[in-house]
Design a protein around this ligand. Structure first.
Ligand code: IDP
Ligand code: MG
Length: 138
């Protein structure tokens, strides 16, 4: 079993899709190890997406991610990182496969409903960014 980190982003929470996305997560076979509703601050968004600091969309991205409440999740499954990337689909919903979360719920390449870690190493860093060990179930 391995872990990944997910965010139901502000657009999806604002649009009332958090429940449907959680249902999708459970139907796909992930175990939820941690979950909370939080409004990401601008400094948190800037640190979380630091790898994209030089990209032209960094300002738009950090403003969006701090614009309203998100649901942050630690998920467990076999091959959790790849399984979750497959479940959410491509970054741009126009390129996301049918049946993926981004195909169903994303508004645009920027406002794309969910986040997913891109490696096991980053999954652990991102889980620790948002959760204390005591906030996760075994
Ligand atoms: P990912 O979320 O699919 O891993 P990344 O390339 O890591 O995609 O980009 C992080 C986030 O930055 C995306 O999920 C999206 O919200 C935003 N983003 C990426 N590319 C663009 C863009 O071209 N315009 C606006 N926002 C973007
Ligand atoms: Mg990424």
């Amino acid at each position: 079993m391995s872990r990944t980190f997910a965010i139901i982003k502000p657009d999806a929470v604002q649009n009332g899709h958090a429940g449907a996305i959680l249902a999708h997560i459970q139907k796909a076979g992930f175990k939820v190890l941690g979950m909370k509703l939080t409004q990401v601050s601008m400094p948190q968004a800037q640190r979380f997406y630091e790898v994209h600091a030089q990209r032209p969309f960094y300002g738009e991205l950090t403003e969006f991610m701090s614009s309203g409440p998100s649901v942050v999740l630690a998920l467990e499954a076999e091959g959790a990182v790849q399984k979750w990337r497959d479940t959410i689909g491509a970054t741009d919903p126009a390129e996301a496969a049918d049946g993926t979360i981004r195909k169903r719920f994303a508004e645009s390449k920027g406002r794309n409903a969910v986040h997913g870690s891109d490696s096991d190493e980053n999954a652990e860093i991102e889980i620790a960014f948002f959760f204390a060990g005591t906030e996760l179930v075994g």
